[in-house]
Design a protein around this ligand. Sequence first.
Ligand code: PHE
Length: 334
Amino acid sequence: KEHIAEVEQFTADTKEKVEEFRIKYLGRKGLIKDFFTEFKNVPADQKKDFGQVVNTLQNLVKNKIEEAKSSLETSTEQSGLYGDLTRPGNPIEIGARHPISIVKNQIIDIFSRIGFNVSEGPEIEDDWHNFTALNLPEYHPARDMQDTFFVQTNPDILLRTHTSSVQVRYMENNKPPIRTISPGRVYRNEAISARSHCFFHQVEGLYIDKDVSFADLKQTLQYFTTEMFGKSKIRLRPSYFPFTEPSAEVDVYWGLETETDYKMTKGTGWLEIMGCGMVDPQVLENCGIDSKEYSGFAFGMGIDRIALLLHQIPDIRLLSENDIRFLEQFKSAL
Ligand code: PHE
């Protein structure tokens, strides 16, 4: 009977203690076994009583073991195996978009609102798509305008120097009306400095339809610069590109508020942001478009320079160094 009292008080906080308890009572050399062995020595008139007590003890022990096991399981769920379920979760690290992507997406967004789609092409190009189709035949001096990285010569395979190559591919494969912008990485064999790199990013645009005029080009650029910079004053300076005629350089007026503004605009307030012009009829013909029926305009701008400007980044090399301390700063940008 004193064992019954002991068993009733039993609790265990580990599996080992439950097992110890089981062996003590139910094991091959356990107490219950002893009591049954003892049974034959008990006087006949007490046999019934003794038997009942031992049975009660055995059942109690079995119940206690079950109880202890299941309470141990519940507490592992709450604090052991799965930890404390009420503790705060692990923070989720959210990355930042790269400033080039932020600006590229802004440009795509602005042009998509006026019906331009996005086209892409290979970074490793042949001579035709990067040069010849664009009125830059072999030995044309204007090829020197863009120092080229060659992958192979004769036939020439190269790293594209502009995404005008994508426009050639697009014209070859699509019928007018065409409204497309071509974002992508381009390569030029230039000395690397704070202001220029041997690779950078462009968005070039192409619009081909019947009766497209220079006024359409100018209005499109005015729309773009207003949306992009919130500044509406632009000027077009006559320029030269082999694939457009007439050609122009687009400057946007940028107030001289910071030292970076001053440097970017060389102190004049006017900042050159892109080249543009009416697509040369010969280029249309090269790409299988009838230049008597169709005309169009094209423009091209560098994403990197715009990113430097908008985010006050002092050195273009920061854009390709992948320094986490730099990139982290763009978490809230978009
Ligand atoms: N392809 C020219 C460049 O990379 C930019 C440009 C595009 C100029 C379209 C005029 C028209 O410099």
